[in-house]
Design a protein around this ligand. Structure first.
Ligand code: IMP
Ligand code: MG
Length: 203
């Protein structure tokens, strides 16, 4: 077998390969949640959602742009027929703060009436964006409406929210990666990281 690469060798190589310090990584102070931890959690959430929605055909609604990575990975851990749709929203205010005033930039293609809707969010910070969205979606008369968020910052929500599926509770710091941006950057990092303070100042 000398000279031939077999699949198991390739798999070992992929698992063992270190994170390459590229232009992005140099701005990351610390990895808060690794790629492996995220993927394990998504498998767990996917199993739970599959169980909860057995016999139904849920409609997953991703909130752009942050949820695009989560939507792609999580939906493949849900072993049911399902449909996906996206909404794009923007909250007025500074880059790292939310104002609670939400503007819909792209609305849904689907009619929600009678559907089992699962809203997919990257992160719940103040909760104001989600609060606005839930009110808006409830008005469209879905059969059910639940939320799945990858991250929830601990103890800083300004409104009470019922979030059925939460990946990780994290401290109330600004994080990037896995869909989350700072000034539209870092969304493609496969992990959740904390930015170095200099990275904020450079913008
Ligand atoms: P909220 O309305 O304060 O809950 O914030 C909602 C939106 O703000 C999220 O969907 C994100 O797009 C953005 N956001 C909140 N916290 C962070 C963060 O730590 N990093 C990147 N984006 C964030
Ligand atoms: Mg953002």
């Amino acid at each position: 077998m000398e000279g031939r690469v077999v699949l198991s060798d390739l798999e070992d190589a992929v698992v063992a390969s270190p994170v390459v310090a590229d232009e992005h990584d140099k701005d990351i102070e610390r990895v808060l949640i690794s790629e492996r931890e995220i993927q394990d959690k998504l498998e767990e959430l996917g199993e739970q959602i599959t169980r909860d929605y057995t016999g139904r055909e849920p409609l997953l609604i991703g909130v752009l742009k942050g949820a695009f990575v989560l939507m792609a990975d999580l939906s493949r851990h849900i072993h049911l027929p399902l449909e996906v749709d996206f909404m794009a929203v923007a909250s007025y205010g500074a880059a790292t703060k939310t104002s609670g005033v939400v503007r819909i930039l792209k609305d849904l293609d689907h009619d929600l009436e009678g559907r089992d809707v699962l809203l997919i969010e990257d992160i719940i910070d103040s909760g104001l964006t989600l609060n606005y969205l839930l009110k808006n979606l409830r008005g469209r008369r879905p059969a059910s409406l639940e939320v799945c968020a990858l991250l929830k910052k601990t103890g800083i929500q300004r409104v009470h929210l019922d979030v059925k599926y939460v990946g990780f509770e994290i401290p109330p710091d600004f994080v990037v990666g896995y869909g989350l941006d700072f000034a539209e950057n870092f969304r493609n990092l496969p992990y959740i990281g904390l930015l170095r303070p200099e990275a904020y100042r450079d913008v």
